[in-house]
Design a protein around this ligand. Structure first.
Ligand code: GBH
Length: 442
């Protein structure tokens, strides 16, 4: 199986700052919208927060050592904007930069290729209080932050993504209200979506002169499949698919918003300036895709546009998130996206599953479900590669069990178990399997 991937194909794991770092007020880190969201009642199912999380901030050395032991050749992490600029603007905080300098030194010293994301949802609270992503000025602030980190870290980071899942940040944060800032407004959602896209374009512009390495973005994607051939269901699936997979990608790759988006939401859209689409469509070098599942769809006109209701597949396996395990969807997404946008490079920035892990008294987890999941999805990638899609890396989500946003610590995605009582890390069976796979032994 390893032989279906080139020798220089990177096999890594991914994390994000707020989900693992903890140390939320250490060394000059300012508060983020997630700190204040978690402090509100009724936001996080187990009333937890990322205050301590995996305490990664204080366990950097041993965590990177663990990556090496597991044979990883790449690591995708995110930079916490409020560590770099406590209020989202002004001079960079030297202690914040120093933390990521240490991380990079250790990764590079051990031959692990660093991939980074500048925005994995932890907006500085001071900017949140000025309207957050509803405020167009936040895009300018982001460009300034992007300039600052790219100038400092330069070519030591092999692959830069401006955003992680802007779709999720816009919709789950501003329409569903389950993520920070917890709004339920279509107008806020559309403004946030547009301003994040604008921030992406301005950010790429700001970084281009500071680094020769790859610039891009990470989008979440999943195919929508109609439950049967009833034309109403097929239409709902088609519209759902466009909204989910192309709303963000189309403008980034120079096509503007899909017509469906403009038709459905035009009246509630924020002010779009003439040059915005040109700014958003900066050439990029690499697209990261987060893939977890598909959406099996039935039309339901009681739901807002795209009137797509997700239904269960009685024949399928499901993860602990209630997501169908559907590896073929990853081959489909990769081949479709390549056909439509024809990019020079793709990587899987996240893929993995939460499963009801049971640890024994030694904290060991025999997570056969996760091994099956990873193996099937790696095979799905190999299939897309055989059809000519240039995929160059795979990042398992996640290196560690961590803070799963609104679901707190109730879901475990790690290939390494974290015992939150004492912060012990124990590689699960999947981590052993992954190491063997990477070494050509599985
Ligand atoms: C990715 O999002 C994220 O990039 C990553 O941070 C996350 O840990 C991972 O997937 C697994 O979910 O908080 O109650 O709204 C994919 C989109 C975001 C959908 C988190 C599920 C959790 C439910 N996911 N969301 S809730």
């Amino acid at each position: 199986m390893r032989s279906q991937f080139e020798d220089n194909f990177l096999f890594g794991a991914a994390t994000s700052a707020y989900q693992i770092e903890g140390a939320t007020s250490t060394d000059g880190r300012g508060p983020s919208i997630w700190d204040s969201f978690c402090a509100k009642q009724g936001t996080i199912v187990d009333k937890s927060s990322g205050d301590i999380a995996c305490d990664h901030y204080n366990r950097l050395g041993s965590d990177v050592g663990l990556m090496k032991e597991l044979g990883l050749s790449a690591y995708r992490f995110s930079i916490a904007w409020p560590r770099i600029q406590a209020t989202g603007q002004g001079a960079a905080n030297p202690k914040g930069l120093a933390f990521y300098d240490r991380l990079l030194d250790q990764l590079l010293g051990l031959g692990i290729t660093p991939y980074t994301t500048l925005y994995h949802w932890d907006l500085p609270l001071a900017l949140g209080e000025k309207g957050g992503w509803e405020n167009r000025d936040t895009a300018e602030r982001f460009a300034d932050y992007a300039h600052c980190v790219s100038k400092h870290f330069g070519d030591r980071i092999a692959n830069w993504a401006t955003f992680n899942e802007p779709r999720c940040a816009a919709f789950v944060g501003h329409l569903e209200g389950r993520h920070a800032p917890g709004l339920k407004s279509l107008k806020a959602t559309l403004a946030a979506a547009h301003h994040m896209l604008l921030a992406h374009g301005l950010g790429v512009q700001a970084m281009r002169g500071n680094t020769k390495t790859k610039l891009g973005i990470v989008l979440d994607m999943k195919p929508y499949h109609a439950i049967d051939d009833d034309p109403a269901n097929e239409l709902a699936a088609r519209h759902g698919d466009t909204i989910f997979n192309h709303w963000f990608a189309d403008p980034i790759f120079g096509k503007g918003y899909p017509v469906e988006v403009v038709e459905a939401f035009g009246d509630a859209m924020p002010l779009i300036q003439d040059t915005d689409f040109k700014t958003i469509a900066q050439p990029i070098d690499s697209l990261g895709i987060n893939y977890y599942t598909r959406n099996l769809t039935r039309a339901n006109h009681k739901l807002p546009y795209p009137h797509a209701e997700e239904v269960k597949n009685p024949a399928a396996r499901y993860s602990d998130m209630g997501w169908e395990v559907f590896p073929a969807g990853l081959t489909e997404i990769l081949t479709r996206i390549h056909q439509r946008y024809n990019l020079p490079d793709y990587y899987i920035a996240e893929n993995g599953g939460a499963f009801p892990d049971k640890a024994n008294e030694d904290n060991f987890v025999n997570d056969a479900d996760r091994i099956y999941y990873m193996e099937q999805h790696l095979q799905a990638i190999a299939k897309a590669k055989a059809q000519g899609v240039p995929v160059s890396a795979y990042m398992a989500w996640s290196l560690l069990d961590n803070f799963e946003w609104g679901l707190g610590y109730t879901k475990r995605f790690g290939i390494v178990r974290v015992d939150y009582q004492n912060q012990t890390r124990t590689p699960k069976a999947s981590a052993h399997w992954y190491r063997d796979f990477i070494n050509g032994k599985a």
